[in-house]
Design a binder for this molecule. Structure first.
Ligand SMILES: Nc1ncnc2c1ncn2[C@@H]1O[C@H](COP(=O)(O)OP(=O)(O)OP(=O)(O)O)[C@@H](O)[C@H]1O
Ligand SMILES: [Zn+2]
Ligand SMILES: [Zn+2]
Length: 819
């Protein structure tokens, strides 16, 4: 038998399977998806078995054998192995990179150097030299290694601190050899468990046998008579306030069993989740639920767009459709944006499904994440909820995949493999004949368009639960405020509304969007944003050189002290930090209690949760923060939402800027008045006439979408085309320009009918990173594989340049950001 193995060496030359022999001893263990240890060149490395073969085309004598199998149960399923193959073609990445991204970090191989005796070291004759002073030390070392078989280099040096030269010599003389061992980064956790005998009635008899003086042992036996269940040794000693020796002596009599057992590190161990039960669905919910239920029961692959306004009860739909899935003994994956993996979201799933839920996200420790993942792999759970990479949960019988806040950019990975979770969901649902629910109050234009153009089914939920009203929205023109002499960052309407809530003891959410912080220059009098005369984007302010620069064409001008449009002097680079807003709040409203949530205050593990709990318990009046306060939160006392500056996203150099603005404003507005109390929203902006602001203020997705689709159609942007972004980077600008131009020529020369346009090369929006210049080409095409294959060919043709000059080429298929 033979195995084809993808090895853990991410390079173009090794991006193909290599054949290995399967030794008879490992025959039963090697499966597709197994991680194995193999020799590759001089090294021992990890690899993934992607195929089993009866025959290899390679000459048998040239083939090496698999050295070891790193696990009893394969880490990956055949389905995932196939998916990785597809990903490497689709996203132009190495297959090993795609395989690795599917596994928890704990399973990334860690290579450790070990020292062992060479098989034929002749060590006996060498060391029997009593005259040699060094002989003794050498003897000792060899003896030490012999006893342990292999010793880690570090351990050896600690044991024999003065022998490093000698050890080196022994290695050179091939008496000792260096070997490499592959280890997981995190291992499973084992604890000692105490088990009562299978036949509990025996315990009474044992008690009689013990001497009356053996108080502790008697107590232990009594403990198991009262509750005949296994318990952790450490827990038992703590409860009975005894040492482990009494338990060990009972175990040595074989009255109790003491055994090392694997346990899961449970990040939610301390939480007490109160069981929740399915709510009576509203009419709107019921209709949607029935449609999805039928598909799940028919075991049909089907995509749904669940377009439900904020507070329409999408989560209850998720919970009840998952229930259907579990009834069928199938599994469900739920993706939520990292940011909304708040305890609130987790709690709703844990409360309904308890121990059937595994949670995967980056705030867990590596060990915790590994254990949650193993619960999935070992079929201990039915539901996996997590951020982007949870889409690779190694379930084998998936009935439903849910992607909440479908429009979020975080579903696209920015590093290799640059996959999009929605696309992976579609692939997996095909493999499992599963339903996919894409849920959002503000679907991305692309998904919305798809739901009207393809077999994706559109499921609207246009009203809030229980007839609750959408909040009223007031748009405040900040130019007017300044004209009237108000220079504070709070407009008069917002100021008044805050005061009102403080009096009524209701709560406030304030959003300060930090994206695009301090980067563009705007006139506070007329709202004019300084933009490039040659391109349709705002110029970016460079603090250090006090220049404004266009990131598309390189045009630059000096910072100016007055507005080129109205000559006002209130022109400045824009952006306010959350800290500054906090200061301003406390000075305007003495005694106000503010919780500030941004990257600075939430870096600590668990801090996110702590702040939200405090806010829920009404220990603060205001929750002030960046995007992380905009999504998913559901607090009954919040009746006011304020947006300090709506424009920060609007001025980003990105064709999705309007869409992002609309989504953010709608999402954050949706935090207000979700329960009995009605909600109010105040949006402060310098662009009150912009259609994204107006539509958001009217909760009018449809009209926003119409206008936006029109403009995308005109400029030919998605959904009216597909994009591939190719970024080149190098220290030498000339080389970059030359390479970029020949690349773009190469593409154009092929005259593929599916290619609409090749833009660039131009400088990237971030033109220099870590002392490397960056240039990019943007290809607009009609979809399909033809263009992707061509780009692959074009990139491959640069391979020599890449090798000789260390040029870097990065390809992003369907980029979410053009930076
Ligand atoms: N059928 C129902 N009956 C009563 N209350 C419900 C029902 N369905 C949902 N709710 C409640 O309505 C509120 C809003 O629901 P939910 O949070 O699921 O909305 P959502 O659509 O996910 O909103 P968002 O997109 O803003 O996160 C929640 O407090 C939820 O418990
Ligand atoms: Zn320009
Ligand atoms: Zn002006």
């Amino acid at each position: 038998m033979y195995a084809r193995v993808i090895v853990d060496v991410p390079s173009k030359q090794t991006n193909r399977p290599f054949d290995y022999k399967i030794p008879p001893t490992l025959k039963d263990w090697v499966e597709v998806g197994s991680r194995v240890g193999v020799r590759f060149g001089p090294r021992m490395i990890q690899g993934f078995v992607v195929e089993l073969l009866e025959q290899s085309e390679v000459d048998d004598r040239k083939l090496k054998s698999i050295e070891s199998v790193l696990e009893l149960q394969p880490s990956l399923t055949e389905e995932l192995v196939e998916l990785a193959k597809w990903m490497s073609r689709r996203y132009l990445c190495n297959e090993i990179t795609a395989l690795q991204v599917m596994l928890p970090g704990a399973l990334k191989a860690k290579y450790e150097k070990y020292i062992a005796l060479a098989e034929d070291s002749g060590s006996d004759s060498l060391t029997n030299d009593p005259l040699h002073a060094k002989g003794e030390m050498q003897n000792e070392i060899i003896h030490f290694i012999k006893k342990k078989q292999t010793v880690e280099m570090n351990e050896l040096l600690t044991r024999f601190p003065n022998a490093s030269m000698l050890i080196k010599k022994l290695i050179i003389n091939e008496i000792l050899i260096e070997t490499q061992n592959i280890k997981n980064r995190v291992s499973t956790k084992k604890v000692l468990m105490v088990y009562p005998p299978d036949n509990i009635t025996m315990l009474e008899g044992y008690k009689q046998e013990l001497s009356k003086q053996a108080h502790k042992q008697l107590e232990v036996l009594q403990f198991f008579i009262d509750q005949p269940k296994p318990i952790q040794l450490s827990e038992l000693t703590k409860r009975l306030n005894t040492s482990s020796s009494s338990i060990k002596s009972l175990a040595s009599k074989q009255w109790l069993k003491l055994e090392s057992t694997e346990i899961y590190r449970d990040p939610y161990q301390k939480h007490d989740f109160k069981q929740s039960y399915p709510l009576q669905l509203t009419e709107e919910q019921e209709k949607v639920f029935q449609t999805i239920r039928q598909t799940i029961h028919a075991k049909r692959q089907q995509l749904f767009l669940l377009h439900g306004v904020t507070g329409s009860g999408k989560t209850e739909i998720y919970l009840q459709t998952i229930q259907q899935c579990i009834h069928q003994n199938r599994e469900a994956i739920v993706l939520v944006p990292e940011i909304s993996l708040t305890p609130q979201m987790v709690e709703r799933f844990k409360s309904r499904f308890g121990d059937l839920v595994a949670v995967l996200h980056s705030r867990l420790s590596a060990g915790e994440r590994f254990d949650e993942w193993r619960k999935i792999q070992q079929k201990k759970v039915k539901v996996a909820i997590g951020a982007r990479s949870a889409i690779f949960a190694p379930f084998t019988n998936i009935g439903l995949i849910i992607i909440d806040e479908e429009h979020e950019t975080s579903y696209k990975q920015q590093d290799n493999p640059k996959y999009h979770a929605v696309e992976i969901a579609k692939m997996r649902s095909k493999a499992h004949q599963a339903a996919v629910i894409l849920g959002s109050a503000t679907p991305s234009l692309e998904t919305y368009y798809e739901s009207h153009q393809s077999t994706m089914q559109y499921l609207p939920m246009p009203s809030r639960v229980a007839g609750r009203a959408m909040p009223t929205v007031q748009v405040v023109d900040m130019r007017e405020e300044l004209k009237e002499g108000n220079r504070s960052m709070f407009s008069r309407p917002l100021h008044q509304a805050i005061e009102d809530r403080l009096n009524k003891k209701e709560q406030i959410v304030l959003l300060l969007n930090r994206r695009g912080y301090s980067t563009f220059v705007m006139c506070r009098s007329c709202g004019h944003v300084v933009s490039c005369p040659h391109c349709d984007i705002s110029l970016t302010y460079h603090m250090n050189t006090r220049h404004l620069r266009c990131h598309y064409c390189g045009y630059a001008e000096r910072e100016s002290s007055s507005c080129p449009s109205c000559s006002s002097e209130h022109i400045r680079y824009f952006g306010t930090g959350t800290q500054k807003v906090e200061e301003s709040l406390t000075s305007h409203f003495p005694g106000i209690r503010v919780i500030r949530m941004d990257v600075d205050t939430t870096s600590e593990k668990g801090s996110h949760e702590k702040w939200l709990n405090q806010f829920r318990d009404q220990k603060a009046d205001v929750l002030l923060g960046t995007q992380m306060v905009a999504k998913g939160l559901d607090f009954p006392k919040v009746t006011l939402v304020g947006v300090i500056a709506a424009d920060t996203v609007l001025n980003l150099p990105d064709f999705r800027a309007a869409e992002k603005t609309f989504q953010l404003l709608t999402q954050v507005s949706g935090r207000a008045g979700r329960h009995q109390l009605p909600g109010e929203v105040v949006i402060q902006t310098y662009n009150p006439d912009h259609y994204s602001v107006i539509s958001a203020s009217h909760h009018d997705y449809t009209s926003f979408m119409r206008t936006e689709l029109q403009s995308r159609k005109q400029g030919i942007y998605p959904p009216y085309c597909k994009l591939i972004l190719i970024t080149f980077s190098h220290e030498n600008m000339n080389l970059l320009v030359r390479t970029g131009e020949s690349f773009s020529e190469y593409i154009k020369r092929q005259q593929l009918p599916s290619i609409i346009d090749v833009l660039g090369p131009v400088a990237s929006p971030i033109p220099r990173k870590k002392d490397r210049y960056r240039f990019q080409c943007l290809i607009k095409y009609r979809g399909g594989w033809e263009t992707i294959h061509l780009v692959h060919k074009a990139v491959s043709s640069l391979e020599n340049t890449v090798k000789q000059t260390k040029l870097q080429v990065s390809v992003d298929v369907d980029p979410q950001m053009l930076m």
